[in-house]
Design a protein around this ligand. Structure first.
Ligand SMILES: [Zn+2]
Length: 332
């Protein structure tokens, strides 16, 4: 299952907004490159900042931090999404597609095509890390994980390809899920553990294979996309305007959930990038109902009430002051 592990699916440079950036497997260190020789020198351009967003399945990048990625792409940041699994066991969540009898058999290829379209909408590059979706075991107690499942692979092993990617791409910022996974899917919980392990392995010279250079990620964040505060504020705003709120049930369910209650530290203003986020969400047509939850808040309301995406700073090697409004604060 790990056979085709290393990364396929990286979009060609033509789909990269800053096509001059090196591909992930040949990324350069975050230091200014040596000046070229001959003739009048152009002003040296500062080295591009790099952001690596780690996600469990194709579609997660579009529902967690997507507008933030689009914003940084617009600023010239090199943004790479690492998607740990192929999403092969995802249910078809779009009622418009549930009558397609061939779709389940074609899921792996469908989800790859959807990922390509979403990445294009956001302007990001992406790599599949080659693991197999664990599925969301239903039942009490839940059935055991399938043998080939990503979540059944020890984090130290599953982290190796991601550690190699970190050593080559050398991101200034990595985003991932908090220890709860943000959502109790086994792949989401495991994504946290695997990302943390990969960051440690990447920085450890003794665990760095010949031919790679160890690399310590300066800043690590957890996604905070579905905060209770956001849901409550949007819910109240919809009710005030006499509109239907999709958050009523969500808030009830959320109240019973065991969640980590850490506060976000970093709020990014992304209202100008909602359209790109929505286009990326719609690209995952098998997973996202275009009439469903993600599109239930009129964007003009969202822009006024909650124009942000939020993150929690989990680790920093540079001095920072929170709250922040920029993932790269302290690194520019
Ligand atoms: Zn997911």
């Amino acid at each position: 299952m790990n056979g085709d592990a290393l990364p396929q699916g990286a979009v060609p440079d033509s789909a990269t907004p800053n096509g001059a950036q090196p591909p992930a497997d040949g990324a350069q260190p975050p230091t200014p490159s040596a000046p070229t020789s001959q003739g009048a020198q152009p002003e040296p351009t500062p080295p591009a900042l790099r952001l690596l967003a780690v996600h469990a399945h194709p579609d997660d990048e579009s529902s967690k931090g997507a507008a933030t990625m689009a914003k940084y792409v617009a600023e010239g940041v090199d943004v790479l999404v690492a998607t740990l699994t192929g999403g092969e066991r995802g249910d078809i969540l779009n009622p418009h597609l549930q009558d397609d009898p061939d779709l389940p058999a074609r899921m792996p290829e469908v989800r790859r095509a959807e990922m390509a379209a979403a990445a294009e909408a956001l302007g990001v590059r992406y790599q599949f890390m080659g693991f197999v979706d664990s599925g969301f075991p239903q039942g009490d107690p839940p059935p055991p994980l399938p043998e080939d499942a990503f979540a059944a692979i020890p984090a130290a092993v599953a982290a190796e390809p991601l550690a190699a990617l970190i050593r080559t791409f050398r991101p200034h910022v990595v985003t991932t899920y908090d220890p709860s996974g943000g959502y109790p899917h086994p792949d989401h919980v495991h994504t946290h553990a695997v990302t943390v392990e990969a960051i440690e392995q990447a920085a450890d010279a003794e665990r760095t294979p010949p031919g790679q250079r160890a690399y310590a990620v300066p800043k690590v964040y957890y996604d905070h996309g579905f905060s209770r505060e956001r849901s409550m504020r949007l819910h109240e705003a919809l009710v005030e305007r006499g509109l239907d709120s999709p958050f009523e049930q969500w808030l009830e369910r959320d109240a019973t959930r065991k969640r980590r209650l850490a506060d976000p530290t970093t709020r990014i203003d992304v209202a100008d990038y909602f359209d790109q986020r929505d286009a990326a969400l719609r690209a995952h047509a098998s997973q996202i109902d275009p009439d469903g939850f993600f599109f239930a808040v009129p964007r003009e309301v969202e822009r006024i009430v909650w124009p942000w995406e939020e993150f929690e700073l989990a680790h920093s090697t540079v001095p920072v002051e929170t709250p922040e409004t920029d993932l790269f604060a302290g690194l520019r």
